[in-house]
Design a protein around this ligand. Structure first.
Ligand code: KG4
Ligand code: ZN
Length: 369
């Protein structure tokens, strides 16, 4: 089945064509990062308007690239939550209307299910795909979510633990901002941390000293702020310290050397990777399962990948980098699995800005490969 995937939940317009036999045929991604950078965060109204500008052009582009036309499409999958309501409406409205005009089925996809299934995407990733078997433990680490899930089968997900405050990606982004790095902060911190001395600072591993699988990352952000403030004060030798307040916090990095910043980035990254590892180890023990599938933007982090691969007593899987962050292929694939199982939406267009993944409809065991 040839499925068009449309992702517009936040600040990236992701479009892809996925075919059950041949895998991803074409992909296109437009990032709005630069447009939002001047405002210091994603502006929802601007995001929606920009998706409107890009979506049709990118759909034409992937069709052309794959040598297909609208008549070849057999299904359309669009992200219908969670995410920014207006941004979701663009993809959902476009996708649903296009499916109606072509008289083909459409399916609304949960963005995090898209991430979760991305490591199974074939056939480019065929070897990995054929090794992954449900049930497995999934570590979902993105800008909006940090969750440990037991994935029993497609659509049957049990929440094992989640962040009680900031998501891991959010902590990367906020700490990066304090270090004077641009958004998205994860790759920037990773780049800087390579030059860092991992022994100079040790940040805590939040919530690892008590039982359970929940996370808390907001304390690490505070730790980053304090480390920067302390160094800034000592570098400037101010008797009464630097003035406080958010503006000053964001200016403090100017008083740090490149090595100071790299050492802090390194301590922060180590703490996130180690904390996630400790919780994953517990999740594997608790579930008795042997495979960990990690997904979402933060799963592109090399230190996290290495920590899990080297220390965890489990097989660790993740998608290629461009399928870890938001993209249209993961939506096309998740939608494909549901469409071939006979699921589809009726005619009305619905989005779910907040949406619990454990409430999804599960596919029957016989409904997927
Ligand atoms: O999954 P994603 O593209 O979007 C959401 O659904 O949120 O994740 C984006 C998040 C951002 O917070 C970004 O800083 C983080 O993923 N990220 C990384 C890396 N690449 C992206 N974090 C750490 N290391 C990376 N290499
Ligand atoms: Zn995402």
């Amino acid at each position: 089945m040839l499925v068009l995937g449309i992702e517009t939940s936040c600040d990236e317009t992701g479009i892809a064509l996925f075919d059950g036999e041949h895998g991803i045929l074409a992909e296109a991604l437009y990032s709005q990062v630069e447009m939002h950078a001047q405002y210091g965060g994603v502006v929802p109204e601007l995001a929606s308007r920009d998706h409107i500008k890009r979506v049709a052009t990118l759909v034409n582009q992937v069709l052309q690239e794959a040598g297909k036309n609208f008549k070849d499409l057999q299904g359309i999958a669009y992200t219908c939550g969670p995410g920014l309501a207006g941004a979701l409406m663009v993809g959902a409205g476009f996708g649903r209307a296009l499916a109606f005009s072509l008289e083909i089925p459409a399916i609304g996809v949960h963005h995090m299910e898209g991430h979760l299934l991305a490591p199974l995407l074939g056939p480019a990733n065929e070897t990995t795909q054929s090794k992954i078997e449900m049930p497995f433990v999934a570590l979902l680490v993105s800008g909006g979510h940090t969750q440990l899930i037991q994935a029993n089968r497609i659509g049957d997900y049990e929440l094992m633990g989640e962040s009680i405050d900031d998501a891991a990606g959010e902590a990367f982004d906020k700490s990066a901002k304090m270090l004077g790095l641009k958004y998205p902060g994860g790759p920037e911190i990773a780049r800087l941390a390579i030059k860092g001395d991992s022994k100079r600072f040790r940040f805590p591993r939040p919530m690892t000293d008590r039982p359970g699988l929940d996370f808390s990352f907001s304390g690490l952000k505070t730790h980053t702020r304090n480390a920067i403030q302390t160094l800034a004060e000592s570098n400037r030798e101010l008797p009464n310290g630097l003035p406080s307040g958010e503006q000053q916090t964001l200016a403090n990095f100017h008083y740090l050397s490149e090595q100071d910043r790299a050492d802090i980035a390194c301590a922060f990254e180590d703490a996130v990777a180690d904390t996630l590892y400790i919780k994953c180890r517990r999740a594997m023990e608790q579930s008795g399962l042997t495979q960990l599938v990690m997904a979402g933007g933060v799963s592109a982090n090399v230190k996290l990948r290495k920590t899990l691969e080297n220390k965890l007593n489990a097989e660790v899987f993740y998608a290629p980098n461009h399928l870890c962050t938001d993209n249209g292929a993961m939506i096309a694939f998740a939608g494909h699995e549901r469409l071939v199982a006979g699921q589809f939406e009726d005619l009305h267009i619905e989005v779910h800005p907040r949406w619990d993944m454990t409430t999804l409809q599960a596919l029957k065991p016989t409904q997927f490969k």
